[in-house]
Design a protein around this ligand. Structure first.
Ligand code: ALL
Length: 327
C-alpha cells in the first residue's frame, strides 16, 4: 500500500488499523463490557477526560477509541478516560445528551467529534460554563455559531478539503476530461462532509470531469448502497463514485457489484478503514484517505491535558492525511 501526505505533522508511532469492536457506550477506558453510561472511578488529583465520538458502528470510531484507550493506559498516572459514542451517524440528540451527562459527572475535559457542526455548539457552551475544558476533534464546529454563542473551542483535525482533493486528483488522473462522475456526500450539516465535497469538486473542476449527480447518504453504508444504486441506474455512463467516507464507499462498492459494473466504475473513499484497504489491495476500490483515526483522539487528549495544565486556549492543530492506493 502506497501513501502520500499533505501535512508535515509527524505521525506518532502509527499503529496498523485494527478492527476492534467497542464494548458499549460510556465505558471507562479500562473496563470493556461495563454498562452504558458507567464512568472511570474518580482518582484523587487525576483529571477525568470524556471522549465523545460519533457512530460506534463505524470502524473509524472503533479505531479512534482503541487509540485513545491505549494512550490512556500509557499515561494512566496523568488522567482517567471515559469513552462514549452514539449508535448511528444521525443520533445527534443522543450526542447532545452525552455532553450534558458528562457535565453532570463534572469531568475535567470533554474531547468531542461532533456529529453535527451547529447542533452541538450549545451543549459545548454549557460544558464550558460549568468550567469544563472542551476540545473539538475530527469535525469542526461551525465558526459562525461559535461566534454567535460567544465561545472559542480549540480544533484538532485534518484539512478535509485538501484530503479529498488528494484522492480526487488521483482518481482524475485515471479518467479523461469530460468523463461523468457522481459524488456520495456525508451528513449535510457536518462541516468536514461539506469540505470533502468541495475537495472532490475542486478535483473534478481541475480535470474537467463532469459531475452528473451529488447526493447525501448521511455517512451510512446502507444509504450509500441505495443512493449509489439509483445513481448507477439513472446515469449508466458514470465512470466513478467519489464517496465522502469509507462506509459509503463500501455501500457504493456493493451497488457497483449488484449492477454488474465491477471494473467499470472507480470508487474512492475517505478514512482508511481496514475493509476499504482490503478492497484497495483487491483492486475493487481505487483509493482512500487515511486520517489516522487512532491518533486523532490522542491529539485531542494531549490538547485537553495541556489546557488543564496551562489554562490557556491553544491554537488549532492540523492533523495529517495520507493518500492510500494499491501498492
Ligand atoms: C467523520 C469522520 C469519518 C467518519 C464520518 C462518519 O467525522 O471523519 O469520516 O466516517 O464522520 O461518522
Amino acid at each position: 500500500m502506497r501513501t502520500s501526505r499533505t501535512s508535515s505533522l509527524p505521525i506518532l508511532g502509527l499503529a496498523a488499523a485494527f478492527l476492534v469492536a467497542l464494548g458499549g457506550c460510556g465505558q471507562p477506558a479500562d473496563a470493556p463490557g461495563g454498562p452504558a453510561g458507567s464512568t472511570a472511578p474518580a482518582s484523587p488529583g487525576k483529571p477525568r477526560i470524556a471522549l465523545i465520538m460519533k457512530s460506534l458502528a463505524n470502524e473509524f470510531f472503533a479505531v479512534m477509541a482503541e487509540g485513545a484507550k491505549a494512550y490512556q493506559k500509557e499515561h494512566a498516572d496523568q488522567f482517567d478516560l471515559i469513552v462514549n459514542g452514539i449508535k448511528d451517524e444521525r443520533d445527534i440528540q443522543r450526542q447532545v445528551s452525552l455532553v450534558e451527562e458528562m457535565v453532570g459527572q463534572n469531568v475535567a475535559a470533554i474531547v468531542i467529534a461532533p456529529a453535527d457542526s451547529k447542533a452541538l455548539v450549545s451543549a459545548c457552551r454549557h460544558a464550558q460554563e460549568a468550567g469544563i475544558v472542551v476540545v473539538n476533534i475530527d469535525n469542526k464546529l461551525d465558526d459562525a455559531v461559535l461566534a454567535e454563542q460567544g465561545i472559542k473551542v480549540p480544533f484538532v483535525g485534518p484539512n478535509n478539503r485538501a484530503g479529498a482533493k488528494l484522492a480526487g486528483d488521483y482518481l482524475a488522473a485515471k479518467l479523461k476530461p469530460g468523463d461523468p462522475v457522481a459524488i456520495v456526500e456525508g451528513l449535510k450539516t457536518a462541516f468536514n462532509g461539506q469540505q470533502r465535497l468541495l475537495g472532490f469538486q475542486d478535483s473534478a473542476k481541475a480535470a474537467d470531469l463532469k459531475i452528473v449527480d451529488s447526493q447525501s447518504a448521511q455517512w451510512e453504508i446502507a444509504q450509500a448502497n441505495r443512493v449509489a444504486s439509483a445513481m448507477l441506474s439513472e446515469h449508466p455512463e458514470i465512470k466513478a463514485l467519489m464517496c465522502c467516507n469509507d462506509s459509503m464507499a463500501l455501500g457504493a462498492l456493493a451497488a457497483v457489484k449488484a449492477a454488474g459494473r465491477s471494473g467499470q466504475v472507480e470508487i474512492i473513499g475517505y478514512d482508511g478503514i481496514a475493509a476499504v484497504r482490503t478492497a484497495i489491495d483487491e483492486g475493487a476500490i481505487l483509493a482512500t484517505i487515511d486520517q489516522h483515526a487512532d491518533q486523532l483522539a490522542v491529539f485531542g487528549l494531549q490538547c485537553a491535558l495541556d489546557v488543564i495544565a496551562k489554562k490557556e486556549t491553544p491554537a488549532d492543530r492540523t492533523t495529517p492525511v495520507d493518500l492510500v492506493v494499491k501498492k
